[in-house]
Design a protein around this ligand. Structure first.
Ligand code: GLU
Length: 276
């Protein structure tokens, strides 16, 4: 059975891009007589605003979607810690005490996902009194995993190459896990068979597929859909004045009609769909 999910982070209002993402995931599940899940990704304790989770549920209801909700990330911290512990015991993680400014000063190479960590703490004796994150030793991890691939429904088979992320942080200084560990574990726990999300998270799937291999988790398929862009060609964001779904809902727009228009890609003025 096909199981898809919509996994918003409660750190800002949902906008049309999120609506599109939820509709794609919902409709893919419905077409396969499957399940569409809602998961609140509140792993980032400092930025999460719990009241937004209820707002998200109202937004989805207003769009005419039905879903099953699975537990939020904040209830699953032990699973993430356990997974990180396994990787640590296998020597695949190393502590890193670098601050952002330490990393900037080391003039790291820059990749599409931002600066690539130059490995400063990998072989250094670190100051144990400082708060440490845990980073994945990518070279070692890829060596253990061997050549593996993942399948995107739109772009086909892709060989795993997470080098855009370098030695990515898997356990943050202030949280028991990073997004990558939490989302990968959750998709496995929730039985997700088709990870549906925007193409802005395409590169992250390389990291997630590698983690699945290292942690012997089931391997889903992926569907990275095109993104809604504003008239400047930038992805929609509340901070760039994209209307939030709650604003539209409160201004008595018809949510079901809006959902139909998004399905037919009849987009509001100034918004276009990035061709994948
Ligand atoms: N929580 C992420 C976001 O709101 C989505 C993560 C995912 O779909 O894997 O951007």
């Amino acid at each position: 059975m096909i199981v898809t999910r919509f996994a918003p982070s409660p750190n800002g209002h949902l906008h049309l891009g999120h609506a599109y993402s939820a509709i794609v995931a919902h409709d893919l599940a419905q077409a396969g007589n499957g399940r569409f899940l809602l998961r609140i990704e509140d792993i980032d304790g400092a930025r999460s605003r719990p009241e937004l989770a209820d707002e998200f549920r109202h937004d989805l209801e207003w769009l005419g979607l039905e879903w099953d909700e699975v537990p939020a990330q904040s209830t699953r911290l032990e699973s993430y810690e356990h997974a990180a512990q396994q990787l640590l015991e296998r020597g695949l993680l190393y502590p890193c005490v670098c601050t952002r400014s330490d990393i900037r000063q080391a003039q790291p190479a820059s990749g599409p996902e931002g600066p690539i960590y130059p490995g400063t703490c990998k072989n250094a004796v670190i100051d144990k009194s400082k708060p440490a994150a845990l980073r994945l030793d990518l070279e070692k991890a890829m060596g253990q995993a061997g050549e593996i691939a993942w399948t995107d429904e739109l772009s086909g088979a892709v060989i795993v190459d997470p080098r855009d992320f370098g030695d990515v942080v898997l356990v943050r200084k202030d949280e028991p896990a990073s997004y990558h560990v939490a989302a990968t574990l959750d998709d496995a726990i929730d039985g997700v068979t088709l990870v549906t999300r925007g193409s802005d998270l395409y590169s992250a799937s390389h990291v997630h597929r590698l983690l699945q291999e290292l942690l012997s988790l089931p391997v889903p398929h992926w569907h990275h859909h095109a993104l809604l862009l504003d008239s400047d060609g930038k992805k929609l964001a509340k901070r760039r004045n994209s209307p939030s779904l709650s604003d539209l809902r409160n201004s008595s727009e018809d949510g079901r009609l809006l959902a139909e228009q998004l399905r037919l890609q009849r987009l509001p003025a100034g918004i276009s769909l990035e061709s994948a």
